[in-house]
Design a protein around this ligand. Structure first.
Ligand code: 5GP
Length: 378
């Protein structure tokens, strides 16, 4: 048995020090960034915030709505092959031209998500055989295909996961591969050597996650980001670009997103903050005259019942099921999140997202907010 004594920090343990700034308005801040990848041959430009691949969040409707802000979506893996082909494929059908053109815009910001079992591989190959890889050799309005893949397992430390990533990279050299989840620098290095471009970082911080209660495993998210980005940014892949990190889970307010970027995360993935909206593609239900939407972890009993016919005897559910007040369209929520991050940038004098970590100094805190009138941000 071993105890690591270094202090491990979460978003709630820090505040950001203000710095001299020549920026007079949030409108002077750009959140758009361009990335090249350690292995994948494509580049990507946009706002590096990703809707999580949960079936209540990572929907095609979410992808269309977030793409308007150049944000990304990891499309959840429970869509049918036909739906995925329609989303990622060439648009030949005449029906609903509007939706088709929005899809075209959305797919360049969307990840195809999958697990590592045989049926995930077979499904991916079927979709890929019909839509092909993302094509950049055609005029922009004709682009289509799969550009980015998110390989998601609860425990990214399994040898079978590392082997899967190695094989995937051999078969699909061009694709931008995001994979996880992990929380330590050593495994980040191994996975980047195995072909991963973006490591998804976070074990247990999620709003609908019970892993820390069920298994007692995890790492405070801010320290996980600091350690893993240090490892990833120091490693170049065959393309000459370095490994990247996506902080996944634990953001509850816009400030947490800014803290994740301030700690050096390249991408930030959000579940709960984007849940409860029309884009969840579920019907709200009424209770005492108020509308609610269900939100649940992908390892919750609800999700396992829906997709696997129940919780297998050998495992326990590691996800919560919650009822969220219905919040309408996601547009105002994403504007609020982007506004929060822009505000952080103006406080520290960063005119863009790239400058934010360079200008971030964290204060360790014991108390963050004055909650005398509650702790809601509204
Ligand atoms: P949030 O932004 O809601 O705090 O966290 C979202 C992340 O929680 C997801 O991207 C995913 O990594 C994680 N997550 C989603 N469902 C579950 C679950 O059922 N169990 C666990 N352990 N994590 C989950």
């Amino acid at each position: 048995m071993h105890i690591k004594q270094d202090l491990q920090l979460d978003f709630k343990d820090v505040l950001i020090e203000p710095k001299r700034s020549s920026l007079s308005s949030r409108s002077a801040v750009s959140l758009i960034k361009t990335y090249n990848f350690a292995h994948g041959r494509y580049s990507w430009t946009g706002v590096p915030i990703i809707a999580a691949n949960m079936d209540t969040v990572g929907t095609m409707s979410m992808a269309r709505a977030l793409a308007e802000h150049q944000c990304m979506t990891a499309i959840h893996k429970h869509y049918t092959i036909e739906q995925l082909v329609e989303f990622f494929g060439k648009k030949t059908s005449k029906h609903d031209q509007d939706l088709l053109s929005q899809n075209k815009h959305a797919m360049q910001h969307s990840f195809y998500s999958m697990g590592i079992v045989q049926k995930d591989v077979e499904k991916f190959e079927k979709v890929l055989s019909q839509v092909g890889y993302w094509r950049e050799d055609v005029p922009e309005h004709e682009n289509y295909g799969i550009k980015m893949v998110c390989v998601d397992v609860a425990n990214g430390y399994m040898q079978s996961f590392v082997d899967f990533c190695t094989e995937f990279r051999k078969k699909h050299p061009k694709i931008i591969l995001m994979a996880g989840n992990v929380v330590t620098g050593n495994i980040v290095e191994e996975l980047i050597f195995s072909g991963v471009d973006i490591l998804k970082v976070g074990i247990g911080p999620g709003s609908a996650c019970t892993t820390r209660k069920m298994a007692g495993v995890g790492r405070p998210q801010l320290s996980a980001i600091i350690d893993t980005t240090d490892a990833a940014h120091g490693l170049d892949g065959p393309t000459g670009a370095n490994g990247l990190i996506c902080s996944d889970g634990g953001c509850t307010v816009p400030a947490d997103v800014a803290k994740a970027f301030g700690a050096n995360a390249d991408f930030v993935m959000l579940g709960g903050m984007l849940a409860g909206h029309t884009e969840s593609e579920m019907e709200p239900f009424e209770k005492d005259g108020k509308k609610f939407l269900k939100f649940y972890g992908m390892s919750s009993s609800e999700a396992m019942q829906k997709y696997s016919g129940g919780v297998a005897e050998y495992r326990a559910s590691e996800g919560k099921v919650v009822e969220l007040p219905y919040r309408g369209d996601v547009n105002s929520t994403i504007l609020e999140i982007l506004g929060g991050v822009r505000s952080t940038c103006t406080y520290v004098g960063a005119s863009n997202l790239k400058e934010l970590p360079k200008r971030t100094t964290f204060y360790r805190t014991t108390i963050q907010t004055n909650d005398v009138y509650g702790n809601s941000i509204k």
